[in-house]
Design a binder for this molecule. Structure first.
Ligand SMILES: [Zn+2]
Length: 98
């Protein structure tokens, strides 16, 4: 896993570096989903990031195939932040931070 905050092409996946086929996620025009590994990543408001990945951990034992990497640069009232880790695609809950 080579996730970095360094600004490259914003479409470039922060997990696997793929660019080809990556598309924006819904109305989140600076957030992309990787066509290769299905990670979601990009820059958005902190509140928007909570719509995609909730701010809580899951208590379930989520199988790896249902987990995706996420890496958001967030814009909030406290300034620029970062949320990253793994989440459950079914519940939107965090399975692992960082
Ligand atoms: Zn990827």
């Amino acid at each position: 896993m080579n996730a970095t905050l360094s600004q490259r092409d914003p479409r470039q996946c922060r997990a696997c570096d793929n660019i080809r086929g990556n598309k924006t996620v819904g109305k989140h025009f600076d957030v992309y989903e990787c066509a290769r590994c299905k990670a979601i990543f990009g820059t958005c408001y902190l509140g928007e990031s909570y719509v995609m990945v909730k701010p809580w951990m899951t208590s379930e034992n989520v199988p790896p195939e249902n987990q995706r990497y996420y890496d958001f640069t967030t814009i909030g009232s406290d300034g620029i932040g970062r949320r990253h880790g793994w989440y459950d695609v079914n519940s939107g809950l965090i399975t692992q931070v960082g």
